[in-house]
Design a protein around this ligand. Structure first.
Ligand code: BJW
Length: 232
C-alpha cells in the first residue's frame, strides 16, 4: 500500500466548469456583502435575500459539468494503491458527479466541509435532506417542523467532519491543495497539519495562495491542465 493522500479543493477547481470563484473581481459576492449572505446573522436579518442568493446558485448547477480536473481526481481514486480523502470547500456537486460510477481501488472518502447546495437543513431539528429546488421562507421542512435553511457552513459556524479530516491529515504522506486562495480557516491551516505529519505538500493553483510559502512544492496554472498532469 502506498502512503495515504489528502486532497483539499477550492473554488478554483470548478472555475473552468463555469462556477465563479469567491474572491475574483467578478466573484460571487459582488453586489452582496459577505456578512449579508454568508453568516447566520445575515440569514436572520434577511432570509429572503439569502434564500434568493442560494436558490440562484443551486439553479446554476444545472448548467455546469465536471471538468478534466474533477475527472482526473476520480481516476486517481480508481487507480491509486492507497487511501485517498478528498476534502472540498466547494458547495457544488461536481466532485460527486465526477466520481459517480467510479470504483475506488482502496479507501476513498469525499467530504464537503462547507456543506452542499443540494442539501437543506431543518432549522428546528438540524435534520438534513436532499434538495434540488428553491427554498423560500415559508417552505415547510419535510421533517414536520417549520423552516429550512441551505446546508451550508457560514462564517462563524463549525465546518463539517473536522475530526475525520484532522485524523486523515495526521497520517497522510501527501497533501495536495488545489484551487484555493488560502484565505479561509480552518482549511487554510491544513498544510501545517500535514507538514507536522511529515507529508509532502503540494499547491496547484492559478497563482500563489496566501499560504504558498508553507508548501514544499508549488505549480501554477489552470486546474484542468495541472491536475491531470500531476496525478496521472
Ligand atoms: C484557479 C483557477 C483555475 C481560479 N485553476 N486555480 C481571523 C483569523 C483566522 C480565522 C478567522 C479570523 N476571523 C474569523 C475566522 C474564522 C473564519 C475565517 O477563516 N475567516 C477568514 C475570512 C479570516 N472561518 C470560519 O468562520 C469557519 N469556521 C470556523 O472557523 O469555525 C471554528 C473552528 C475552529 C477550529 C477548528 C475548526 C473550526 C467557517 C468558514 C466557512 C466558509 N464558508 C464559505 C462560504 C460558504 C457559503 C457559500 O458558498 O456561499 O466557503 S466562505 C468561501 O470561502 C467559501 C469557500 O469554500 C471558501 C474558500 O474559498 P476558496 O475556495 O479558496 O475560493 P477563492 O475564490 O478565495 O479562491 C479561488 C482560488 O482559485 C484563487 O486562488 C484563484 O487563483 C484560483 N483559481 N481559477 C486553478 N482555473
Amino acid at each position: 500500500m502506498r502512503p495515504s493522500i489528502v486532497i483539499l479543493t477550492g473554488a478554483g477547481i470548478s472555475a473552468e466548469s463555469g462556477v465563479p470563484t469567491f474572491r475574483a473581481s467578478d466573484g460571487l459576492w459582488c453586489g452582496h456583502r459577505v456578512e449579508a449572505v454568508a453568516t447566520p446573522e445575515g440569514f436572520e436579518a434577511n432570509p429572503v435575500l439569502v434564500h434568493d442568493f442560494y436558490n440562484q446558485r443551486r439553479a446554476q448547477l444545472k448548467d455546469v459539468a465536471p471538468n478534466a480536473a474533477h475527472h482526473a481526481l476520480a481516476r486517481l481514486s480508481a487507480s491509486y494503491d492507497g487511501d485517498v480523502l478528498l476534502v472540498t470547500q466547494n458547495v457544488d456537486d461536481l466532485h460527486d458527479r465526477a466520481h459517480r460510477g467510479v470504483t475506488p481501488k482502496n479507501g476513498f472518502g469525499l467530504i464537503h466541509m462547507h456543506g452542499e447546495l443540494l442539501r437543506a437543513r431543518c432549522v428546528e431539528t438540524g435534520k438534513i435532506c436532499d434538495w434540488t429546488g428553491d427554498i423560500h421562507i415559508d417552505t415547510p421542512s419535510p421533517f414536520g417542523s417549520l423552516g429550512l435553511r441551505p446546508d451550508i457552513v457560514w462564517f462563524g459556524e463549525m465546518p463539517f467532519q473536522m475530526e475525520r479530516i484532522y485524523d486523515a491529515l495526521s497520517g497522510c504522506g501527501l497533501f495536495i491543495s488545489i484551487g484555493t486562495s488560502g484565505n479561509v480557516y480552518p482549511a487554510a491551516g491544513f498544510v501545517q497539519e500535514a507538514t507536522r505529519a511529515g507529508a509532502h505538500t503540494v499547491e496547484l493553483n492559478l497563482e500563489p495562495s496566501q499560504g504558498h510559502s508553507l508548501f514544499k512544492e508549488c505549480l501554477y496554472g489552470p486546474a484542468t491542465a495541472l491536475v491531470p498532469a500531476y496525478v496521472e
